[in-house]
Design a protein around this ligand. Structure first.
Ligand code: ZN
Length: 235
């Protein structure tokens, strides 16, 4: 089977591949996660050199032959270049690409996941909103879009409806738990509980409304713990 395919995508990862080529992992709107060879991109003056850099997004022309995609053309939309000038923000962004690589679906559309990720990367590159707050919003939305969300309505252990004023959080057990199931859990503030429940459904840009919220650092800490258990992201 051979076919051409035009996709909008974000480069999640690159690896050296043969002498002058690279293999990239792309998150695409049309096909979810896929791998493609960028032939000749390590030759001097290759027009495809940009196409193989992590954080680059654009329109990719792919060609499928011999069971493998190759990139034949790429039109750059954004490279989020200011990220490379701030180590803290670059580290957060690299963590997002790694998470996306772990949880993105294959062979099915992932338009909402891609557009959310690009919006998050824009905030990370072009605004000064605290990267820890952006990380919270990104993780909550990613969990929701990939079906890994922590429990917030009913207890993750016994399934009982939760009391918003008496919440506990157990990352290992799957999210919010009730008082009776809180043996190894820590108390969760009302405000942090509201963030875990509401923020994943809000548009990414609403992250700015959380800036003055006193409980977002608590929500960020709990969400990061949860991600480590749910997705196995150890770093
Ligand atoms: Zn319970």
């Amino acid at each position: 089977m051979t076919a051409s395919l035009n996709v909008s995508g974000l480069v999640l990862r690159r690896a050296e591949w043969r002498d002058y080529d690279r293999m990239i992992t792309l998150l695409t709107s049309e096909q979810g996660k896929l791998e493609a060879v960028v032939r000749g991109c390590r030759r001097p003056k290759s027009e495809l050199i940009n196409a193989s850099e992590p954080f680059v997004c654009g329109q990719f022309q792919l060609y499928f032959a011999h069971e493998r995609y190759s990139v034949t053309q790429m039109k750059l939309t954004d490279g989020f270049f200011p990220l490379r000038e701030n180590l803290d923000r670059l580290t957060v962004g690299a963590g997002w690409l790694r998470l996306l690589e772990k949880v993105s679906p294959e062979n099915e559309p992932a338009g909402e996941l891609l557009s959310m990720s690009l919006e998050a990367l824009s905030f990370l590159s072009y605004t000064d909103v605290d990267e820890k707050l952006l990380n919270l919003m990104f993780q909550l939305k990613l969990l929701r879009l990939t079906g890994f969300s922590p429990a917030t309505e009913v207890c993750a252990v016994c399934g009982k409806k939760l009391d918003e004023n008496d919440l506990y959080f157990d990352a290992q057990k799957g999210g919010c738990v009730c008082r009776s199931c809180s043996v190894s859990a820590r108390k969760l503030s009302y405000g942090a509980g509201r963030i875990l429940k509401k923020a994943p459904k809000a548009p990414f840009k609403n992250v700015e409304m959380l800036i003055p919220h006193p409980d977002w650092p608590e929500a960020a800490e709990k969400t990061a713990q949860f991600v480590r258990y749910a997705v196995g992201d150890g770093e």
